[in-house]
Design a protein around this ligand. Structure first.
Ligand code: PLP
Length: 396
């Protein structure tokens, strides 16, 4: 029987000829993955990192991206999630059970803290907060399962005593996880850092920031270099149906080749801004790990061999300025746009009240409204000029 044109179209050959070679890897979009025969179906190993059995598990496109993220971060295995927060959730839901204790840095990414407090209320998980600058404030018990780290904290930018905290956790066999979005695998290697070559167990990365680089795609990753941990995460990932779109993966893959250059450029621009901001009388504090007056500077030096410091700078305004004054300042900026996130081409600004985002006392931080600048790819002199102009609203 002659096959109709419609059926012919649906069953047209799928494979690209072997000899075609392109700069970017081919894009696979899939829910269904076709098995060659029943033998292939029955012999599939879905717990194998590279098994192709269904779209939620992965495709060559998502595995390529995952491999590259693991490579950038110095780890071996990677799972991808639809956002950075979803990647954080994957770790929490995989390793925390009723009665467990988790320790979180006081300057951790706010929604991670909120997520944990939600687990506390609903599932009886104890959430303890420590000061990232003070190892003694981390006092684990026999119930402690997980230590969350973030270097640097993404709003107040203190760099934690990473070496001290990780050594203490390791001595007590506590699992360690880092939100590695700030360092992005470029500022330091979470799996091999410090003179003693320490390793954190799990690195979570909001690929939404530097890897995407466009301010347009959401994604997160969970990298480990331990197969057993990876398998545990993998099962949770599978049973929760966490998956990402092939198109999004291809977009991020495309941006990866320029990530290091963008990161370095934004780091350099942030340093230029830092030097200028420090000279302005409107601020009582300028926060940046590479600045010797910022809390945790010595820990940053211990861990970041190439002195990379990402593209974030925060300032604390003199207390004489009211919230309304600072809102006026932010509204007067033209190149800096008001919005959450970072790592994209456009510079962003966000304002915070410290008391809203911290649990512990913050003696090292002045009181006053905090404004965070996220440096984009614009010329740094233009950004300085933008801030200079907006500051005039405070003096008028
Ligand atoms: C430090 C940090 N971690 C995680 C996330 C979450 O990433 P996403 O926006 O992709 O959920 C963010 C987002 O702002 C972040 O700043």
């Amino acid at each position: 029987m002659k096959i109709s044109p419609q059926t012919q179209l649906i069953h047209a050959p799928r494979l690209a000829p072997q000899y075609v070679s392109t700069i970017q890897p081919p894009l696979f979009r899939a829910s269904t993955i076709i098995f060659e025969n029943t033998n292939a179906l029955f012999n599939r190993h879905w717990t194998d990192q590279y098994d192709y059995s269904y779209g939620t598990h992965g495709t060559p496109t998502t595995f390529t991206l995952g491999d590259n993220i693991a490579r950038i971060e110095g780890g071996k295995y990677c799972l991808l999630a639809p956002s950075g927060l979803s990647a954080i959730n994957l770790v929490n839901s995989c390793f925390l059970s009723h009665g467990d204790e988790v320790w979180v840095a006081d300057n951790i990414y706010g929604p991670n803290m909120e997520h944990l407090l939600n687990l506390k209320n609903r599932y009886g998980i104890q959430v303890k907060v420590y000061n990232p600058l003070d190892v003694d404030s981390f006092t684990p018990s026999s119930k402690t399962k997980l230590l969350w780290l973030e270097a640097a904290g993404s709003v107040t930018l203190e760099f934690p005593n990473l070496i001290g905290l990780v050594k203490k956790a390791k001595a007590q066999n506590i699992l360690t996880a880092i939100d590695n979005t700030w360092g992005a695998g470029i500022a330091f290697n979470a799996f091999n850092f410090g003179a003693e070559h320490l390793s954190i167990d799990i690195s979570v990365h909001a690929l939404t920031k530097y890897p995407s680089g466009g301010g347009d795609i959401l994604m997160g990753s969970v990298v480990t270099n331990n197969l057993e941990l990876h398998h545990k995460l993998f099962r949770t990932h599978a049973i929760q149906g966490i998956s990402i779109s092939g198109d999004d993966a291809a977009q991020i893959q495309r941006s990866l080749s320029s990530m290091q250059l963008r990161y370095e450029h934004q780091s350099q621009s942030a340093l230029k801004l830092l030097n200028w901001l420090k000279k302005q009388q409107h601020f009582t504090q300028v926060l940046h790990p590479a600045d010797q007056d910022s809390a945790g500077h010595k820990y940053w030096k211990e861990v970041c061999p190439n002195a990379h410091s990402a593209g974030l700078v925060s300032v604390i305004f003199d207390e004489k300025y009211t919230l309304n004054d600072i809102r006026q300042f932010c509204d007067a900026l033209t190149l800096f746009k008001i919005g959450f996130s970072w790592g994209g081409p456009v510079s962003l600004v966000m304002l915070y009240r410290l008391k809203d985002i911290r649990t512990l006392a913050t003696a090292h931080l002045k009181t006053g409204i905090l404004v965070r600048f996220c440096i984009g790819l614009e010329h740094p002199e233009d950004l300085i000029h933008d801030i200079e102009k907006a500051l005039l609203t405070l003096d008028s």
